[in-house]
Design a protein around this ligand. Structure first.
Ligand code: FAD
Ligand code: 2HG
Ligand code: ZN
Length: 513
């Protein structure tokens, strides 16, 4: 069954936090590092003041923790975890709280350990480009720092202004540079991690090559806070390209998107740094919500954003111009616009990167982040629209439900949209409704996961499992693999205090919502 109709029971083995616990935290944390309600010895009048920490970015998941701890050092993180482990107090590590699967917020009263006060750059090597920093550094700040030295972060995503590098590592975030610089499993060279019993694992290496046995840090990349807290990150930053071009193209079908990708990848080769796509409905919503004008005169069924990044402008310009010309001549694309300056570059990017936020403003959004063989990647979007229409929840005429509000008596779906990172075989299927409702969930799930499994895809390409996908892990991983994941979890966290109820399939559930 889908997560929405399973009410999770609080694990009674976890201790409820008391004034004594807060008093203990006061022995080693500064007063401003402890946000706790007055009834347990803190200074916050109402738990409501902690809503920002308890509620996820989507407004879909909400916990009721009364305590947020904001350590300033690895030693403090170690003391927090050792105490929580001894006392069997459940913990949720939190970075920038931009996660999209309900992983970074508590389910019940878990203590939130927010890493935002650990945001120092520890070291940067001008020759190798290797950056070592605290896990609470904001991605965009790191990129600005790297830019100052002629380098850039190897990953970029729409949430860069808020997400932390520790959150990126913990979700194994992908984003728009994946096509160029690959996965964090490659660019992260080392991690400093605090284990649940307080042990500090200094695995913060800066060696690009190291074949000395099991590579433990890889386990923490994508572990979503279930094995420990990442406190330090060592990462390779590539040289910053000094020539960047961006173009937005209009195409008539998903088939044409694929044809364009094949050609662009071949023609632009080493200078291609992004190949993103989105459908016409996404474009309409993003333009409307941001008061933007499309760079193309007419509407198109699909849009593509191409970016090139290189070191020699003339060379890149020529390559791109020839490629675009040929795409038009061969009628693979119907139209295209090339950014003429930096303002146009960032406007074009905001059309793609602004999609999640614009959809969120339009209505509560169900998100499915899936890896699928590229040939059938978009098929699930019209298929899901049909299913929802047959269930009487959606109409393909956009006017029918598009302005439905959450107070409407009926739950309706306003849009079924697709966009994503074509080059990585990663689709974002987004379903916007007038409210989150079990009726919608039941049409979407487990169908979407079954569909993904039938195509040998992944139910989570880049966002992780969190609370949302924990019960569905078996659609992407065999029983043998899940069993080994459980063993690994138990080896690192025998008391199960780290981010409980998430990531791995749950065992204690009840049937009412
Ligand atoms: P949080 O949301 O705070 O936490 C995410 C998970 O990591 C939680 O399970 C949490 O417990 C754990 N965690 C956080 N910090 C630590 C730590 N230091 N140690 C251990 N565990 C920790 N994702 C992509 O992959 N690609 C995208 O293109 C992309 N675009 C996005 C665009 C928008 C507008 C938004 C809102 C989100 C997007 N995301 C994307 C999703 C999200 O996964 C990333 O934003 C990011 O990696 C999460 O980082 P965070 O610091 O906000 O982590
Ligand atoms: C993106 O690529 C992000 O914009 C978010 O991964 C996707 O919100 C989504 O579904
Ligand atoms: Zn994405």
């Amino acid at each position: 069954r889908s997560y929405a109709d399973i009410a999770i029971e609080r694990n009674p083995q976890f201790k409820k936090i008391t004034k004594q616990d807060i008093d203990h935290f006061k022995t080693f944390l500064e007063p401003q590092s402890i946000l706790a309600t007055t009834d347990i010895g803190g200074t916050i009048d109402e738990a409501k003041e902690l809503d920002g920490y308890n509620t996820d970015w989507l407004g879909k998941y909400k916990g009721r923790s009364q305590v947020v701890l904001r350590p300033k050092s690895t030693q403090q993180v170690s003391k927090i975890l050792k105490y929580c482990n001894d006392q069997k107090i459940a913990v949720v590590p939190q970075g920038g709280n931009t996660g999209l699967v309900g992983g970074g917020v508590p389910v019940f009263d878990e203590v939130i350990v927010s890493l935002g006060s650990m945001n120092n750059i520890r070291d940067f090597n001008e020759t190798s480009g290797i950056l070592v920093c605290d896990s609470g550094c904001i991605l965009e700040e790191l990129d600005k720092f790297a830019a100052g030295h002629g380098f850039s972060m190897p990953l970029d995503l729409g949430a860069k202004g808020s997400c932390h590098i520790g959150g990126n590592v913990s979700t194994n975030a992908g984003g728009i540079r994946f096509i160029r610089y690959g996965s964090l499993h490659g660019s992260v060279l080392g991690l400093e991690v605090v284990l649940p019993d307080g042990t500090i694992v200094d695995n913060l290496g800066t060696l690009p090559k190291d074949s000395t046995g099991y590579d433990l840090k890889q386990l923490f990349i994508g572990a979503e806070g279930t094995l420990g807290i990442v406190t330090g990150v060592s990462i390779v930053t590539p040289p910053r390209p000094n020539s960047v071009n961006v173009a937005v193209l209009g195409v008539s079908s998903y088939d044409a998107v694929q044809k364009a990708f094949r050609k662009v990848r071949r023609d632009l080769a080493e200078v291609l740094s992004a190949f993103e796509f989105w459908d016409t409905r996404c474009m309409q919503i993003v333009l409307d919500h941001n008061n933007l004008r499309s760079p193309l005169e007419e509407e198109h069924p699909f849009y593509i954003l191409i970016e090139t990044s290189g070191s020699k402008k003339d060379h890149d310009d020529e390559k791109l111009a020839e490629c675009l010309e040929s795409l038009l001549e061969n009628e693979i694309i119907d139209d295209g616009a090339l950014a003429q300056d930096e303002t146009q570059v960032s406007k074009m990017w905001s059309m793609r990167e602004g999609i999640p936020e614009s959809l969120g403003k339009w209505g509560p959004t169900y998100k499915y982040d899936i890896s699928i063989p590229i040939g059938v990647l978009y098929d699930i979007v019209p298929e899901m629209a049909n299913r929802l229409e047959q269930a009487g929840l959606y109409s393909k005429d956009p006017k029918t439900y598009e302005s439905a509000s959450k107070d409407d008596p009926n739950v309706v779906v306003k849009g079924v949209l697709g966009y994503g990172h074509i080059g990585d075989g990663n689709l974002h299927l987004n379903v916007v409704a007038n409210r989150f409702d079990k009726k919608v969930t039941d049409v979407l799930e487990p169908y979407v996961y079954e569909w993904v499994a039938s195509h040998k895809g992944s139910i989570s390409a880049e966002h992780g499992l969190g609370l949302m996908k924990a019960p569905h892990l078996h659609y992407s991983k065999s029983k043998v693999i899940v069993d080994w994941m459980v063993r690994i979890k138990n080896a690192f966290d025998p008391n199960g205090i780290m981010n409980p109820y998430k990531f791995l399939p749950r065992t204690t559930t009840s049937s009412s919502n």
